[in-house]
Design a protein around this ligand. Structure first.
Ligand code: SF4
Ligand code: F3S
Ligand code: FES
Length: 248
């Protein structure tokens, strides 16, 4: 069964643009990305859309659909009311290159700033023994497909370009948390979490967790435990004494 639906798609480049309206055929079982592809094939051959797997696994097709950050390949048309126009816009937090494609290099820059896994120098390959709960915690965080929807929705940077330098965003604070809680990582990541990656900017609104397509419990399992560890360090009397006399 097919029907015509109204799609309002943001068209333009980095210096501005506008919503263009199209009537597009939609067939049973399709997702928003299917309809955007039909739009490219029939009416707007120059429409820029980034995608790759069409299976919710590559993280490329992130955009905002009726104002909500989503993967367009996982947004089923059947979940929208029949008479509801579908408005599709690029992620708002990152600069637009063209149409629905953003420059997400902010995220690559933040990823590079995090010091890598630091095992003790005398650790032998294959000698790590980890408890199951430590394994499961890392596995949850590593489900991340780097779609950056959490980075896009977080209010700290969404409308505040000025915070981008100081704040790494939920995806990368989650990486810091993963390393901080890793039993074989020897680096103390707590001071860096606060000073270098902007953990203090997060006020636990949980919007990041709400939009994560992998259902990673970013706030409860990564950000809050990291905040607790930072607080423990801050109120540790030895750390207080050390910082007072300039040792730590
Ligand atoms: Fe996407 Fe979730 Fe990874 Fe954030 S944590 S980048 S929302 S998969
Ligand atoms: Fe932002 Fe998530 Fe914290 S949305 S404010 S990083 S809980
Ligand atoms: Fe890969 Fe949508 S195209 S996640």
């Amino acid at each position: 069964m097919s029907a015509k639906r109204t799609f309002r798609v943001w068209r333009g480049g980095g210096d501005g643009g506008e919503l263009a309206s199209y009537e597009v055929e939609v067939n049973e079982g399709e997702v928003v990305l299917d309809v955007l592809h039909r739009l490219q094939a029939t009416q707007a051959p120059d429409l820029a859309v980034r995608w790759n797997c069409k299976a919710g696994k590559c993280g490329s097709c992130s955009m905002e659909i009726n104002g909500r950050p989503r993967l367009s390949c996982m947004a089923r048309m059947s979940t929208f009311a029949d008479d509801e126009p579908i408005t599709v816009t690029p992620m708002r937090t990152f600069p637009v290159i063209r149409d629905l494609v953003c420059d997400v290099s902010f995220n690559y820059q933040k990823a590079r700033e995090i010091p890598s896994f630091t095992p003790s120098e005398d650790a032998e390959p294959g000698s790590f023994r980890m408890r199951q709960q430590d394994v499961e915690r890392s596995q949850e965080f590593r489900k991340c497909i780097e779609c950056y929807l959490c980075q896009n929705v977080c209010h700290v940077v969404r409308d505040h370009e000025e915070n981008k330098e100081a704040f790494s965003g939920p995806r990368f604070l989650m990486r810091v948390a993963e390393l901080e809680m890793h039993p074989e990582d020897t680096a103390d990541r707590r001071k860096a979490a606060q000073d270098d990656f902007g953990l203090g900017y997060c006020n636990i609104t949980k919007c990041c967790t709400e939009v994560c397509p992998e259902n990673i419990t970013i706030t409860d399992n990564a950000l809050i435990p990291l905040k607790e560890r930072v607080a423990d360090r801050k109120y540790d009397p030895l750390v207080w004494l050390g910082s007072t006399i300039g040792l730590r």
